[in-house]
Design a protein around this ligand. Structure first.
Ligand code: 5AD
Ligand code: SF4
Length: 468
């Protein structure tokens, strides 16, 4: 069935190409949210490129602008509306300009209705479950504009679920030397604050053969580093015919010849096994970085969040990871202002940050998401109290993170050179532990692996120098 669908979608790409090939059209995809969305955007861009669009970066100039949305917090929604609002005049002046919106936010009916009502110039809407059908939906839009002279107002198709995942779509990769690889889709955890299980659907793992094959292909095309992607990679394998754990898969990927390094994201602490710690410890091709979202340090709040671990269990896990994996860095996500959080709960979180010695913390103010379990809970704290906690959280994470970074000043580490820095003549490289090093170098070095001396700690990055 999948092969049949792939052929149909490819035929739409050919049809679009026939319509637009002589028109010199440009397209851009604007990505909000997580690594998973960034990966989807590479697929969307790949389809656009193959359909005959030139890819550019400027949403004001592009003939086709696709917003790949996130809805994990309310402010992501507000940012989207700001951006599409700014394009209104361009659309009035150019009837052929297409604005499309896809991604997680489009799985929410209220948002789609709002866009239909308030942003009439948006011409194409689809969701997370029919990304594979983008060539078909784009064809309908293009056909209407260039063949039927804009008779139809919109193409909208959002599905509640789907078994179809097409992996063989063309891709437009941002970096030639590193790539994300989806190993699973969706999430079954239903943390009480989180909308992801509702907009991304149930957990589905890809077969290990397919994943290994994809990584081998990437490596033969010059990719040095892959990031295995999933909302909860530690439960990889559930529901597959083969008997495989995430640690097995990680080991197999790491052992692929020619691959320099493998990373993964995201781990749920409740499923982080000893087998996985052992596997990372024993395989130097697995990056020394673990993203382990804590969310809160209070047992009461963790239970209300449905996280299925306690502060003690989390700290035990961090201890085990740090004791076994040399030079490992641990990053985390923390939410302040969950409805049942009071001052003493927050203090437990702060205590946990000091005890875990997080290298990096991503901090969020709780955002109520309609449809989630937590959305029915009244908040026991005022906005002012929450904002004060947030400020304290930022100060503590900076203090703890800087101390972690400082311990390596003067040492030499290997890193992969990723891109030009904002300062001319300087480049940025990423170490195995995910820390960034800014150094002076020629851009021909981008994509190479080099040794760096960490000369100076600048908080969350280093100034360094090449030490080859
Ligand atoms: N409010 C605030 N932060 C949230 N996150 C997920 N849902 C919410 C929400 N409703 C955060 C969590 C998660 C990260 C990706 O986003 O910390 O780990
Ligand atoms: Fe959301 Fe929890 Fe699933 Fe992460 S594990 S995506 S926070 S429900």
């Amino acid at each position: 069935m999948i092969d049949g669908i792939a052929k149909i979608e490819e035929s739409y790409i050919d049809k679009i190409y026939e319509i637009i090939k002589d028109k010199n059209l440009t397209a851009t995809v604007v990505t909000f949210g997580c690594q998973m969305n960034a990966k989807d955007s590479e697929k969307l861009l790949g389809i656009l490129e193959k359909s005959g669009y030139s890819i550019i970066d400027d949403e004001n100039k592009a003939d086709f602008v696709l917003f790949n949305t996130c809805t994990v917090r309310e402010n992501a929604n507000q940012r989207l509306y700001g951006r599409i609002g700014q394009l209104k005049n361009d659309c009035i002046n150019n009837k052929n300009k297409i604005i499309g919106i896809c991604g997680c936010m489009m799985q929410e009916k209220d948002e789609v209705d709002y866009i239909k009502d308030k942003y009439k110039y948006v011409k194409l809407i689809f969701g997370t479950h029919n990304l594979y059908d983008f060539p078909h939906l784009l064809y309908e839009t293009i056909y209407d504009i260039y063949v039927n002279n804009n008779e139809k107002t919109k193409t909208i198709e959002v599905l509640d679920s789907s078994d179809v995942i097409l992996e063989d779509l063309p891709q437009h990769r941002k970096y030639p030397f590193k790539a994300g690889v989806n190993i699973m889709y969706g999430c079954d955890n239903f943390c009480s604050y989180c909308i992801v299980p509702y907009v991304r659907g149930r957990e589905r793992s890809r077969s290990s053969a397919e994943i290994i094959n994809e990584v081998k292909n990437l490596v033969s095309n010059g990719v040095k580093e892959v990031m295995l992607l999933g909302q909860n990679v530690n439960s990889y394998g559930k529901g597959l015919d083969e008997n495989i754990t995430f640690a097995n898969l990680l080991n197999q990927v790491a052992n692929i010849d020619g691959l320099y390094q493998v990373r993964f994201m995201t781990s749920h602490p409740k499923d982080f096994s000893d087998e996985l710690i052992e596997c990372i410890k024993n395989n130097k091709k697995i990056a020394r970085h673990i993203h382990l979202p804590l969310q809160s340090g209070s047992d009461k709040v963790l239970s209300d969040m449905n996280r299925k671990y306690t502060k003690e269990k989390y700290l035990d896990l961090v201890g085990k990871i740090r004791n076994n994996i040399e030079n490992v860095s641990i990053s985390t996500d923390i939410i302040v202002g969950f409805p049942t959080e009071d001052e003493s709960d927050f203090n437990e979180t702060i205590d946990c940050i000091y005890k875990s010695k997080f290298d990096q913390v991503f901090t969020f103010i709780y955002s109520k998401r309609t449809g989630t379990k937590a959305s029915t809970l009244p908040s026991i704290s005022t906005d002012e109290e929450i904002s004060k906690r947030f400020d304290e959280l930022l100060n503590v994470t900076k203090e703890v993170g800087t101390k972690q970074y400082e311990q390596y000043v003067g040492s030499i580490f290997e890193g992969l050179v990723e891109e030009e820095d904002s300062v001319p003549g300087f480049l940025t490289s990423r170490l195995s532990n995910n820390a960034l090093v800014h150094f002076k170098g020629d851009k021909s070095l981008i994509g190479s692996v080099m040794n760096f001396k960490l000369d100076e700690c600048k908080g969350f990055y280093y100034n360094g120098s090449v030490a080859n």
